[in-house]
Design a protein around this ligand. Structure first.
Ligand code: BYC
Ligand code: FE
Ligand code: FE
Length: 492
């Protein structure tokens, strides 16, 4: 732990106490020391993780970074901030406190005690869910690997690295479950999680969005806003799982996740503040000559990231999702607050789809449409975010607004796949779609334009031309704090 006098001591955690054992090689609150075999297996995986981090983690050489590390899982004071060399970050295994009386909240096992072990009949499905979740975590680190080279400020650089180390920890969270509960097969899957890599032709990451390139910081902010938000919603459903160790690990991951979305939402917001200011000052939407990102480019980036993230929910109608629910593996968002029988055998809902060149709707069993149920919650959350962004434009006296594209726009998975739907929800022919797509999705010219603005700004407290500074720093530190010490500092 840091002895840097500026960062102070770790806060005293309040609430139920389950201290993290930092004396161990792998910090944990699962009493790893009490299970030598498991401990040895994970200690065998650790050097491979570190190799992966060195090869495919952040590329920019740094000395240390002002990072938060979990020190406890209680409600308050769970994190400690200090300058640490990134490859010495204490990645560890932290599960939320166990509730000994917890019961299954939904599906056909509803009311039974939560499972502390994996039931044989659900083993394959559960492992699949854990592998898919685990696969996204290192994928995002790989996608963001090069961004440090063009950071708009030291403050933003630190946020990128914070997100990266925590996604690395989320990988640890899933690997722990694989090692602890799935035997040899689980250990093999844990190896594969380090073998696949984002965009690899032979061994790509499992889900589509995690093989796309994160080309620049505007895309990074859109990614943390829209794709990490899928993470929030998926973790929210796994947090309900009857398999208690999965539920508890997801519960703690959600705590970390909040910051990732903060990075995205405030990142885009600061881009808009800057763009709006330049639009007003110069009386034009073409703010590029003044170092800003034009609003229509921001909208096209938004359209892309939102649509690929919508695909992450899977098909609207999914037998898998129904089985996961009935078996107790994956619940709904806020399951405990839903006012129904939590079994859903008779429930129905509306499903929109494309028929005869128009968007139509029909009634379907809810149990088969749970991916859509979750996606609707996600979309509502996203529209709330867009409304907040629009307040920046309104506050600057501008009439322009951002919007979420129609749910059918640019989709590769589900009922809209194979159809051509505009951002405004019109179904059009393929030719027309192609002719107009340049107005809706980032073009090579957009990417070049954005790339031309991506010059690194490594001076403490300074910000690149295209983004406004944040109002406050991290953990009550000033905005101009030395959040990151670059490797080459002092050598120049
Ligand atoms: N790309 O019945 P269907 C995060 C596959 S993000 C490629 O429609 P299902 C994070 C599907 O696997 C959260 N393939 O879907 C964010 C299935 O294949 P199999 C990640 C896709 O099973 C930022 C087949 O198509 N967590 O944490 O109901 C940074 C038919 O599928 C895609 C989770 O996703 C796609 N987009 O649902 C860092 C939670 N969509 O099995 C981290 C765990 C579907 O027939 N995963 N397929 O070979 C799940 O709950 C489900 O697997 C899914 C798919 C919701 C993803
Ligand atoms: Fe994550
Ligand atoms: Fe995240």
């Amino acid at each position: 732990m840091s002895t840097d006098p500026r960062t102070g001591a770790a806060p005293s955690p309040a609430g139920p106490l389950s201290r993290v054992d930092y004396g161990a090689r792998i910090p944990n609150n699962v009493n790893l020391a009490g299970d030598r075999r498991l401990q040895r297996a994970l200690e065998g995986w650790q050097p491979r993780f570190l190799d992966w981090w060195k090869q495919l983690g952040p590329a920019l050489p740094t000395r240390d970074v002002y990072l938060r590390t979990a020190v406890a899982v209680g409600r308050d004071g769970w994190a400690h901030f200090a300058h640490v060399p990134m490859d010495e970050y204490r990645w560890g295994i932290f599960l939320a406190e166990r509730d000994p009386d917890r019961r299954v909240g939904f599906g056909r096992h509803k009311g039974e005690p939560a499972w502390q072990e994996v039931p044989g009949e659900h083993r394959a499905a559960l492992m699949r869910l854990i592998v898919v979740q685990g696969d996204t975590e290192p994928a995002s680190v790989e996608q963001q690997r090069a961004l440090g080279g063009t950071a708009p400020s030291i403050y933003d650089l630190r946020n990128l690295f914070q997100v990266n180390v925590e996604e690395g920890r989320h990988l640890w969270a899933m690997v722990y479950l694989l090692h602890a509960y799935f035997g040899r097969e689980g250990r093999e899957e844990a190896e594969q999680l380090l073998r696949r890599s984002s965009g690899d032709l032979d061994a790509p990451r499992i889900l589509g969005a995690f093989n796309e390139e994160t080309t620049d910081w505007l895309q990074f902010f859109m990614f943390t806003c829209f794709t990490d938000r899928d993470g929030k919603y998926q973790l929210g459903t796994l947090k309900e799982s009857a398999f208690d160790p999965l539920a508890r690990t997801c519960q703690f991951m959600l705590k970390e996740e909040a910051h990732h979305m903060f990075v995205g939402t405030t990142g885009v917001q600061r881009v808009l503040e800057r763009t709006a200011e330049l639009m007003r000052r110069h009386g034009t939407a073409d703010v590029l000559p003044y170092g800003g990102i034009p609003l229509d480019v921001v909208q096209r980036y938004l359209n892309l990231q939102f649509s690929v993230s919508m695909d992450l929910f899977g098909s609207e109608q999914s037998a898998n999702a129904g089985t996961y629910y009935s078996s107790g593996l994956k619940g709904r968002w806020m399951e405990g607050r839903r006012d129904d029988d939590h079994v859903l055998l008779d429930a129905t809902r509306e499903l929109r789809f494309v028929a005869g060149g128009r968007i139509a709707s029909r009634t379907v069993p809810l149990l088969g449409a749970l991916n859509l149920d979750l996606r609707d919650e996600y979309v509502a959350d996203c529209s709330h975010g867009v409304r907040r962004w629009n307040q920046v434009l309104a506050g600057a006296g501008l009439g322009e607004r951002l919007y979420l594209p129609h749910e059918g726009f640019n989709r590769r998975v589900g009922v809209y796949a194979g159809h051509h739907v505009t951002p405004y929800g019109e179904v059009v022919g393929e030719q027309e779609w192609r002719a107009r797509a340049a107005a809706w999705l980032p073009t090579p010219a957009d990417r070049e334009l954005v790339a031309s603005l991506m010059v690194p700004e490594y001076e403490y407290g300074a910000f690149a031309s295209w983004i406004a500074p944040p109002r406050t720093g991290i953990n009550d530190q000033p905005v101009e704090f030395d959040y990151v010490h670059l490797a080459e500092e002092g050598l120049l």
